[in-house]
Design a protein around this ligand. Structure first.
Ligand SMILES: [Zn+2]
Length: 508
């Protein structure tokens, strides 16, 4: 394999955050400042600084294109940017960069927050990082939510157990409250008969000793809340989504559904979202652009005295501009198609392990590169501290005036603080790209299992939402438009290929 010649000239490319989700990233002056310092420490020769104000979500950035044209002409061989997502966030632009790298017209990319090596596997990691901005931003803002999300994935309900359950803090799950649970169960049974009001149920609870804090009867709005809480039949809500729980249900799904039907009939409002339909609000109609919803039908076969449940999905047909002629689709058929889309992005265990191993190697290499720079900064710190102590001596020996001393001390302290911040940023950045990438591969690893499990349909919904796929239903066919990093995963070479191309013998 030909190894690319080291780049001798670099363009510094910075892009303003114009995309909503990016506001938390470094501001432009701070980005440029960090990049210049990085270049200096790494000994990169920056021939021009390019500051773009357009979003990288869509192709057609003027300065970006000019920069690549100049690279074609040989004005520079490398680009320095904050993160791959600063450079390209759409397939056209990232494709152009990869193509330039492939032909060695562009020989190096440098990012303080991402480690890139111009090898086939390096290019693969890069192509994922290009589309990963959302992941990256999410991981910054949702670091605290991550624990919560993992809990949800395991089926543990986050937060306080509802009435009728107790929090088992030791085993981190909700357990049935033997005193209150039978009363709640009865509450559902009474209401399902259809002839009681929320007020009468409040009295019923009071007669059983179930009251609110402050010795007042439970308010009817709380009764509605209890009766429409899927927790009681084994599910739970989190972020407006419904998940399968690991707790023991108090009532059957059938009873829960009956109660929902009564609520619907009596209050003339739909209960929040029916549990039956895992794929509503997920897919758009390909004809009129409205959301696809679902309907429950029961077909009775009189001769064999047997009923069959059908779930159909159809366009909500809410568009006022056009009428829609799209047909219904059965849930089974829809599920099979969604399974195929999920299956497509699945990673085999061996590919997954290989990629995680690569990630670990990249992390180590980036770590050592960063360490060199951090060492330099630490030398600067030592020198500042020496200056500070000399300054103090001069002041104590009456060589400098108090006024001068204070001004100089202030200056030195300010540089010290800047350097400390830089060290901090650098030491943290290597892990910032690593974690989202690792999580991304881990998600892809679960795809296979999720696609083949046709019992927990809500998992499929969660997975599809997580990938951010754009799903369009037209003529009973679901089309799936994958976001860039997933599309990059689809185009991945196999681990065997990668190792062969990198000149490594594949492990047997
Ligand atoms: Zn439609």
């Amino acid at each position: 394999m030909k190894s690319p010649a080291p780049a001798s000239k670099y363009f510094l490319y910075a892009r303003k955050s114009t995309d909503d989700a990016e506001h938390q990233l470094l501001s432009i002056p701070a980005q440029i400042d960090e990049l210049r310092t990085f270049a200096e420490k790494e000994g990169l020769n920056i021939v021009d600084t390019i500051i773009e104000s357009k979003t990288a979500k869509v192709p057609g950035r003027e300065l970006f294109n000019q920069m690549l044209d100049r690279i074609e002409k040989g004005e520079a061989q490398g680009i320095l940017a904050w993160h791959p997502d600063r450079l390209a966030r759409n397939a056209v632009d990232s494709g152009r960069i990869v193509y330039l790298l492939d032909r060695n017209i562009l020989s190096d990319l440098k990012f303080p927050t991402f480690w890139f090596q111009n090898t086939p596997q390096g290019l693969f990691m890069l192509s994922i990082a290009f589309g990963q901005s959302k992941y990256y931003v999410d991981s910054l803002s949702e670091n605290t939510k991550r624990g919560l999300r993992q809990k949800v994935r395991r089926g543990e309900c986050a937060g306080l157990a509802p009435l009728g359950y107790l929090n088992d803090r030791l085993n981190k799950k909700a357990i049935i409250d033997p005193k209150v649970a039978p009363i709640i169960k009865e509450l559902f049974e009474i209401y399902s008969k259809g002839n009681s009001t929320f007020e009468s149920l409040s009295l019923f609870l009071e007669s059983k000793g179930v009251i609110s804090r402050g010795d007042i009867p439970i308010h009817k709005s709380r009764i509605t809340f209890i009766l429409s809480n899927p927790f009681y039949c084994g599910f739970f809500r989190f972020n407006k989504e419904i998940y399968q729980g690991i707790h023991q249900p108090l009532i059957t799904k059938k009873l829960f559904d009956e109660v929902q039907a009564v609520i619907k009939r009596k209050t003339h409002i739909y209960p929040q979202k029916s549990l039956d339909f895992p794929f509503t609000g997920l897919i758009k109609c390909g004809e009129c652009g409205m959301m696809v919803t679902a309907e429950h039908h029961i077909r009775r076969y009189e001769t064999v005295n047997h009923t069959v449940d059908f779930i159909y999905y159809r366009c909500t047909r809410k568009s006022k501009l056009s009428s829609c002629s799209q047909p219904f689709i059965r849930q089974e058929i829809l599920t099979a198609q969604l399974n195929q889309h999920i299956q497509k992005v699945s990673l085999s265990t061996s590919d997954h392990d290989w990629l995680i191993k690569r990630l670990e190697e990249d992390r180590r290499q980036q770590r050592s590169e960063v360490l060199v720079i951090v060492q330099e900064f630490k030398k600067d710190l030592v020198s500042i501290n020496e200056k500070l102590s000399k300054l103090l001596d001069s002041y104590l020996d009456n060589v400098v005036s108090r006024e001068d001393y204070l001004i100089k001390k202030e200056n030195l302290f300010s540089s010290k603080k800047t350097i400390e911040q830089r060290i901090n940023t650098l030491e943290q950045s290597p892990n910032k790209w690593l974690e989202p990438m690792r999580e991304f591969f881990n998600t892809a690893l679960t795809a296979d299992k999720i696609a083949s499990d046709n019992i927990n349909l809500f998992q499929k919904r969660e997975f599809l939402k997580k990938t951010g796929s754009n799903l369009i239903l037209k003529n009973r066919i679901v089309d799936c438009d994958l976001p860039d990093q997933w599309a990059a995963l689809l185009r991945r070479p196999t681990s065997r290929n990668l190792e062969a191309r990198a000149g490594i013998e594949p492990a047997q």
